[in-house]
Write a new protein. Structure first.
Length: 95
């Protein structure tokens, strides 16, 4: 997945969890908490006014990734990106 946002960062590994977050601090916290399980990728999309990769786009990519077995999404207060992504996930996610 390519991102046009300078704030978006991918960290890849051969493990089962996909993580997408708008909160940098909570991303680091969860990466530490679940480091013994590991991540296929961790994506920080940030909450900047100019959006590169959205939460929804990240969920769609994780859904298509055969190596990802579960996905964690962390949102922040404000906006509707989390609700939009959650509505899509309720209908389409199998992970």
């Amino acid at each position: 997945m390519a991102s046009t946002s300078a704030s978006s960062r991918w960290h890849r590994g051969p493990w089962p969890i996909g993580l997408v977050s708008k909160s940098g601090t909570l991303t680091y916290q969860l990466m530490g908490e679940l480091s013994d399980i590991g991540f296929t990728a961790c994506l920080g999309v940030g909450g900047d006014p100019i959006v590169g990769t959205t939460l929804l786009e990240a969920l769609q990519e994780f859904e298509q990734d055969a190596d990802t077995k579960a996905v964690v999404m962390i949102g922040e207060i404000g906006g509707s990106a989390e609700q939009d992504a959650a509505a899509w996930a309720a209908e389409h996610m199998t992970k």
